[in-house]
Design a protein around this ligand. Structure first.
Ligand SMILES: Nc1ncnc2c1ncn2[C@@H]1O[C@H](COP(=O)(O)OP(=O)(O)OP(=O)(O)O)[C@@H](O)[C@H]1O
Length: 301
């Protein structure tokens, strides 16, 4: 089952539509990045997914449960929407997390002393490299430290879906790398991650899909190639594509701009095509440039 599913979701403020008919889904273990120019609706979408705003059309499902009809669906969710998250400045980072865990009913994080609960809290703090400041008052934290504490708080109850609005803004380069690494790790552990970002180059290293928003609509959804991708020009094109799709050594293949774009073993693909009598004009490695694609897509929207 999809971890997160949006069905034709939209939002109006008064008569002004801010978001219209957006549908997509995020599977467990998948990282979905939302991109789009300022004002395209990314934050609005994230507020809808987390139940902070109500849709004027469509619905958002977390593990099959409607977030707005059934607020308990949010037990599956970890989110950082407003940055920096609100903490008590006169309590330490650890105390703030312990209190949030208590309020959220995360039993394993509230037990005191050298018990497993404390280990869980310490583990989350360590993941965000906050152990050295964990026992300092949050009032003395830098913006980046507070932001990382916000992420730690979102992870306390081991959510199945993590939703983050611009998680790397305001972080230093090390903090940025830490967050990107952590998101990859969480995805490997099976968490579905939805994040909004302006940093396409960075997220394209590990995101599985990028949704491009423009003028309140989902303009495009790009599935990022994971393995080596190749571009192939062959005749007749449609037949060559059909043949490639039958090869076990080819992971995926599709048409793009009068050629075939595929992932898999190029030697096996070439051998099969020549063996079946296709004319192959060119075969070369393909580097997908998400930034150029995005700019092109937004310009022509
Ligand atoms: N409460 C509100 N009332 C009226 N209009 C709003 C409200 N919140 C957002 N908007 C409008 O909705 C549009 C989308 O805003 P949103 O913050 O979702 O965009 P964004 O893609 O997150 O932008 P950015 O990249 O600048 O963060 C904007 O035109 C904004 O002015």
């Amino acid at each position: 089952m999809e971890a997160l599913r949006l069905e034709g979701i939209g939002k109006r403020y008064g008569r002004k539509p801010v978001l219209e008919g957006v549908s997509f889904s995020v599977a467990p273990g998948e990282v979905y990045a939302l991109a789009g120019p300022n004002g395209s609706g990314k934050t609005t979408l994230i507020r809808l997914v987390t139940g902070l705003a109500f849709p004027t059309q469509g619905r958002a499902l977390l593990l099959g449960e409607d977030v707005h009809k059934n607020p308990a669906a949010r037990r599956h969710l970890g989110a950082v929407v407003e940055a920096p998250a609100a903490f008590y400045p006169y309590l330490t980072g650890r105390e703030n997390l312990r209190m949030q865990a208590y309020l959220a009913g995360v039993k394993e994080a509230v037990s005191l002393g050298r018990r497993p609960g404390e280990d869980h809290l310490t583990g989350v703090l360590a993941r965000l490299r906050l152990l050295s400041v964990a026992d300092r008052k949050v009032g003395s934290y830098s913006l980046g430290q507070r932001q990382r504490l916000g992420l730690a708080a979102a992870l306390l109850h081991r959510p199945k879906v993590l939703v983050l609005d611009e998680p790397t803004s305001g972080l230093d380069p090390e903090g940025v790398e830490l967050v990107h690494g952590l998101l990859q790790e969480l995805a490997r552990e099976g968490v579905a991650v939805l994040l909004s970002t302006h940093h396409l180059q960075e997220v394209s290293r590990y995101a599985h899909k990028v949704g491009i928003l423009g003028g309140g609509r989902l303009l495009d959804e790009v599935v990022l190639p994971r393995g080596e991708a190749y571009r192939l020009e062959a005749q007749p094109l449609e037949g060559a594509l059909a043949l490639l799709k039958t090869l076990p050594q080819v992971v995926s293949a599709r048409l793009q701009g009068g050629a075939i774009l595929f992932e898999g073993n190029p030697e096996a693909a070439l051998r099969a095509l020549l063996g079946a009598g296709y004319r192959v004009r060119a075969l070369y490695p393909h580097r997908f440039d998400l930034m150029s694609y995005y700019q092109e897509r937004v310009r022509h929207a």
